[in-house]
Write a protein that binds this ligand. Sequence first.
Ligand code: TYD
Length: 199
Amino acid sequence: MFITFEGIEGSGKTTQIQLLKEFFEKKSLNAVFTREPGSTEVGKEIRSILLNKENKILPQTEIFLIFADRLQHVHEFIKPKLTEGKIVISDRYYDSSIAYQGQREGINKTEINDLISKLDLPTPDITFLLDLPVELGLKRAKNRASLDRFESEEIAFHEGVRQNYLDLHKQNAKRIVKIDASQNSDDIFFNILEKLKIE
Ligand code: TYD
């Protein structure tokens, strides 16, 4: 089973993934946790290029970097773990590319979808979209350490990312479960467990 978490900055993915990790450990379920970008050796280097605010990266270059990271991740980690029968939980996956890179100037979302199909990437069984107003998310994100290249984008960019996620949810209503992430974290986690149907 392949589970992914998606959302704008400050949507609380990390907290929910941590709660799920503790829950799976208690149940002795065979789960592995990972994230994008930056989960392989090559990916770590790509991540530092992507997040560095000093870098001026063309939208098309950004897409290639993200998909280079993803290809390594899928081949070195995701596919082998799924083949072993493990539950794989990823903090971000290809929906992030449609939501974020789809917001870059001159990029057509069809190009991104074409890449996803060409690279034969596994489709998640379920994706949790933690949705909340941009101002709330950014307020939370700003309480953390210094802002990275994505977090430093203006509000309009993040509004676009949120809208892209909501559109993705509409187009993939069976796979993508939208959760109100402005609730408190216990209620969010309750919603997640309810959807996973694990007792
Ligand atoms: P990270 O520090 O992991 O942030 P978060 O806690 O928000 O997940 O940074 C990852 C950043 O990379 C995040 O701002 C979104 C961006 N990103 C994309 O733009 N496209 C993608 O396909 C992925 C996986 C991430």
